[in-house]
Design a protein around this ligand. Structure first.
Ligand code: ATP
Length: 379
């Protein structure tokens, strides 16, 4: 298990991570999410003893990494797949790591097989593609057959087959009772891989919960309804009835209606009362990406603007302009930001969609409690 208690890291006047409390449990894949610059890598570096906390602590199985007996055999990590000597072969690179940690040479060949690099094991790694480098980094993480694994963006650069392989690898490692902590910006992938999520924004904890709960609490489900024969007149009649009953109705490109704010049985009753036969009435759940966008949109540091030369506007994450009834910021949107579904999680920083309110002292060096370790220079 990994446990962070009041974990804080400042680089000079910049607070990268502030007062994080979380536990990463064994037997699960825990996704670690957050916008660019949120503090994920900084947190992972502190877990691995590469950076010292400015305040608070983080332990692996109850010990700070640097105090762990035989750390390389207990903890494996992929932080930066490019961090290797390009003049060495993949096998030589892993042999060096194995020798430093007292791991037998036969394990090197085992992990080369696991990541599918046997054929190129004797090639210099500087000729490796991004994806091959990722595989080599994953091999290094697996070398000590560790109980605790950290992966920072493991699928970066992998082809679809490689992504599927990483997904299955993570799940298998977790099913063996290991602690698997993985950061990614690929929400669709995280939705398929992770059991649990820890989300941070601007260095603060925003959510710590099962994936399904995260989606349910940060998104709005909707219904799709389609009238028999796709009859335009009946569709209009149904849309009016649903809107009169308090539903938000949006036409879909295929002629269906997207309804929020009404339960399925109510939609069915309203259609029946209006004497309209339906060909479709189906429930839909928001994706992890939608839920994540909604939760973190107030904590994003880097936003694109319109390029005056191309005329391409940066689309908002939900694809609808402000003022549109379907825009989550619209007052009429039932699950909109600030609406009934957008409840803040207890103790989890800014509510979804709320203007980001930095913690006291954010952006300045926070006071270091007397019992904490002294602040280290930026690394
Ligand atoms: N060595 C350092 N010195 C100064 N500032 C740093 C240092 N390392 C990280 N930071 C700052 O701390 C903040 C968090 O960075 P970090 O790399 O942890 O974010 P991240 O969530 O991993 O981002 P990304 O998703 O882009 O990889 C950023 O503002 C970054 O500029």
């Amino acid at each position: 298990m990994i446990e962070a208690i009041g974990l804080t890291k400042s680089y000079g006047s910049k607070t990268a991570v502030y007062n994080l409390h979380f536990r990463v449990q064994p037997g699960k894949v825990t996704g670690f999410l957050g916008p660019n610059g949120a503090g994920k890598s900084t947190t992972m570096r502190m877990i691995l003893g590469l950076d010292q906390p400015s305040a608070g602590s983080v332990t692996v199985n109850g010990h700070p990494y640097r105090s762990l007996p035989n750390a390389p055999r207990l903890v494996g990590a992929l932080l930066d797949a490019g961090a290797r000597h390009g003049g060495r072969s993949a096998r030589a690179h892993l042999m060096c790591l194995a020798q430093l940690s007292g791991i037998p040479a036969r394990r090197v060949d085992e992990v080369l097989g696991v990541v599918g690099l046997q054929e190129v094991a004797r090639k210099r790694s500087k000729s490796f593609s991004l994806g091959m480098g990722q595989r080599l980094g994953i091999a290094a993480a697996l070398l000590g057959d560790p109980q605790v694994l950290l992966f920072d963006e493991p699928v970066n650069g992998l082809d679809p087959e490689g992504i599927l392989w990483v997904r299955n690898l993570m799940k298998r490692l977790a099913s063996e009772g290991r602690t698997v902590f993985v950061s990614s910006h690929l929400m669709s992938e995280m939705a398929l891989t992770a059991d649990h999520l820890i989300v941070i924004g601007r260095g603060q904890l925003m959510a710590d919960m099962p994936v399904q709960d995260f989606i349910a609490q940060n998104s709005t489900g909707f219904a799709r309804v389609r009238v028999a024969g796709d009859d335009a007149e009946r569709r209009e009649k149904l849309a009016s009835a649903l809107a009169a009953a308090g539903g938000q109705v949006q036409p879909e490109p295929d002629g269906a209606l997207k309804i929020t704010g009404l339960e399925l049985p109510r939609i069915s009753d309203l259609a029946h009362e209006a004497d309209i036969r339906l060909w479709e009435l189906s429930p839909h759940h928001a994706s992890l990406e939608e839920a994540y966008m909604r939760m973190t949109q107030g904590a994003v540091d880097f936003r694109s603007v319109q390029d005056p030369r191309t005329g391409l506007a940066a689309a908002p994450p939900h694809g609808l302009p402000p003022g549109h009834p379907g825009h989550p910021g619209h007052p009429g949107h039932p699950g909109g930001w600030g609406g009934p579904y957008a409840q803040p999680q207890p103790g989890m920083g800014a509510p979804p969609g709320a203007p980001y309110a930095p913690p006291p002292g954010y952006g300045q060096a926070p006071p270091v409690p007397p019992q904490s370790q002294p602040q280290q220079p930026a690394q």
